[in-house]
Design a protein around this ligand. Structure first.
Ligand SMILES: [Zn+2]
Length: 439
């Protein structure tokens, strides 16, 4: 079968034939998938074989957890295709430096995940997995059926031949390198006129500004925010300028985790992977996902703890999909702020969402912001707003922080205002960020 036909077959299977009436039916199906997957895959990975020694697959929900650190440490015995870490890194770095994004070892695509130096991950995707991924992403994201023409503009830090897989038949695909100049993007977009625009929200904001200045003339049917947290403040701005719902795809190198339905609700892709919840606060519905991807065998992701915080949606989504609905993706768990309790030497975690709200509700005049916790008792805030509003905004922010600290019975940290946004060029925008280690 040609690659194109295989993509189409996955597309059809995902779009029309993998449907569940309710949670129970879904979980039963997942359980079957998972057991079969474990029986087939574990014998191929000497890491997992050793790690699960003596454990029963009947209790797969309780198998010991892994994370990125463990995966990278045991890379050579972890993967099932015999690729060595050293070799994979070399291939990936060469690709990144030359901006030639076709790094492969044999049939396997090599990907580099972002992360601080020393914490970068390597991801392996086989041809078969690449095709499945393309079929699934098309099934979940295309605004119309696959045989309609689409021009996709995809803004990313680095391209990958993963994405070229999508560039088939009626579907055109163009990669926009985030490191290129903005004016160059505008020029290319004006010629290409994408029907689907996929970009991190920080780039969507720059493009929205160009539309407002009447330099950019595009009319996409669908806009998808990726790779960064979509801040409610930015979402509102983008919806106003693009005059449509902003959709989201939550995908990381570890898996294709969630997509928005027609109502704009993010649903976990529970037909592609199992997402268990490690609750940080059950009442608030905040959890860290533990993922098991039963469709990926070259680098098996089983009970893998991600570094993200998600919030469940409390209400049902009218689309009726039994896949867990999310209120939002909050951010990375290492961006939790920590405040000190008033009466003792105890630090308590503060969800990024709470910090975000202290800023957003301070004023409607805020255009941009970043909040960085530098120490337990020091927070740096950047606000973009007209000068005449700044004083009152700053005062409101102080009041909001004070209210938050009083409610949690914590010591109020000092707030320092700065004139530049906390952002490293070419890196992801993290509006809420912690920059110290807590033990
Ligand atoms: Zn929905």
């Amino acid at each position: 079968m040609s690659e194109q036909l295989k993509i189409l077959s996955t597309y059809l299977k995902s779009k029309y034939f993998t449907k569940f009436q309710n949670r129970e039916e879904l979980e039963k199906w997942q359980d079957k998938k998972m057991r079969k997957f474990l029986r087939e895959i574990v014998p191929k990975s000497s890491f997992y074989q050793k790690y699960y020694e003596g454990a029963s697959y009947d209790n797969w929900r309780e198998l010991p957890i892994i994370d990125k650190g463990m995966m990278m440490e045991n890379f050579d015995t972890f993967n099932t295709v015999g690729i060595k870490k050293e070799e994979a890194f070399q291939v990936a770095y060469t690709a990144e430096n030359t901006r030639d994004f076709t790094p492969k070892i044999g049939d396997i695509t090599i990907g580099l995940s972002s992360g601080t130096s020393g914490n970068r991950g390597i991801f392996l995707v086989s041809r078969e997995e690449r095709i499945k991924w393309a079929g699934n992403i098309l099934a979940k994201c295309l605004p119309e059926v696959i045989w309609k023409e689409q021009r996709i503009a995809f803004f990313l830090r680095a391209n990958s031949n993963l994405y070229d897989t999508v560039d088939k038949g009626k579907i055109q695909f163009q990669f926009f390198d985030l490191l290129d100049e903005l004016d160059r993007h505008v020029e290319r977009l004006n010629t290409y006129r994408p029907s689907i625009l996929v970009a991190p929200p920080s780039m969507l904001l720059l493009l929205a500004k160009k539309i407002r200045e009447t330099n950019l003339h595009i009319d996409p049917k669908k806009i998808i925010s990726v790779a960064e947290v979509l801040d409610p403040l930015d979402e509102k701005v983008l919806e106003n300028i693009f005059k449509q719902k902003i959709h989201q795809v939550y995908q990381c190198t570890e898996g294709f985790l969630a997509t928005t339905c027609e109502h704009g609700t993010l649903h976990l892709n529970e037909d592609l992977l199992i997402i268990q919840k490690e609750y940080l606060d059950k009442d608030l519905g905040k959890f860290i996902p533990i993922i098991s991807d039963f469709s990926r065998s070259s680098q098996p992701i089983i009970r893998y703890r991600l570094n993200d915080i998600l919030t469940e949606k409390k209400t049902f989504c009218p689309c009726g999909n039994p896949f867990t609905a999310l209120e939002q993706i909050e951010g990375r768990s290492d961006d939790l702020f920590y405040f000190k309790k008033k009466d003792r030497e105890k630090y308590i975690p503060i969800f990024p969402d709470f910090i975000r709200r202290t800023i957003i509700v301070a004023s409607e005049k805020i255009k941009q912001y970043t909040v960085t916790q530098l120490q337990v008792d020091l927070i740096e805030v950047f606000i973009e707003a007209n000068d005449e509003h700044k004083k009152i905004i700053e005062k409101n922010i102080e009041i909001n922080f004070k209210m938050l600290c009083d409610k949690l019975d914590c010591v109020m940290p000092k707030i320092r205002y700065v004139n530049t946004m906390n952002r490293d060029y070419g890196k992801k925008l993290r509006r809420i960020q912690r920059k110290f280690e807590i033990c």
